[in-house]
Design a protein around this ligand. Sequence first.
Ligand code: BTN
Length: 257
Amino acid sequence: MLEEITYEFYDEVDSTNDKIKLRARAGEKEGLVISADCQTAGKGRVGRVWKNPVAEQIATSILLRPEEVSIDAIPSMTILSAMAVNQALYKVCGLRGEIKWPNDLVVNKKKICGILHEMELKDGGIAFVVAGIGVNVHNKSFPEDIAFKATSVDLELEAAGIDKKVDRRVLTEAIWESFKGYYNKFLETRDLTGVKEEYESQLANKGKPVRIEDPNGAYEAVCLGINEKGALVVDVDGEKREIESGEVSVRGLYGYV
Ligand code: BTN
């Protein structure tokens, strides 16, 4: 069980994920959170760069040492991070997001955060997991190539007519407090059984038609929910199929989400 969370805030780091890894290798215990005002080498998924201008975003990572969890179950933990950010955004800012399977958190159909989990193995077992989260908070605009699908807390508060200045530290702490609740539920069964229902209530395409971009050929289906391992469950012409993340990408029939 994750009990105590300890916070360290820095002005600038290379990557909060990499900082956590160094501390983990030096024997740090589970629950250390490292956050930074700016990252000089922020990492995105599939080797991409995560740009992190000074004082605009949240860049934060936590050290986890999940015991008795199978290596196969670790990738599904990104779902816990998406749920944690969604819950914290609602509690602190009053914003309601939806999750685009598996872990893209969107507000008004635009992505508001990025999630990168990394795992290190030792002697064939899990040495540690780093859960890294970047949230767009004070961004007023985005580069042209992503402007159509990116948003920030400030932009969404403005659109909703809410006059509020969000404190990034308060939001960061709320994210990890929420994460703790979901993570401890995950540890009880070592899978997503305990959070599945809540996740499905936030799933953007639940009950709707989606397009599955399978490398062997795209097809249409209806999104039903997820299973306890985090696979997407869809209905294809009356037949249930389970889709592993990483295998395919899933889109609604209209727009990015
Ligand atoms: C994505 O590509 O969508 C994932 C981006 C993840 C960025 C966060 S910011 C905090 C943590 N540290 C990193 O270097 N990356 C993650």
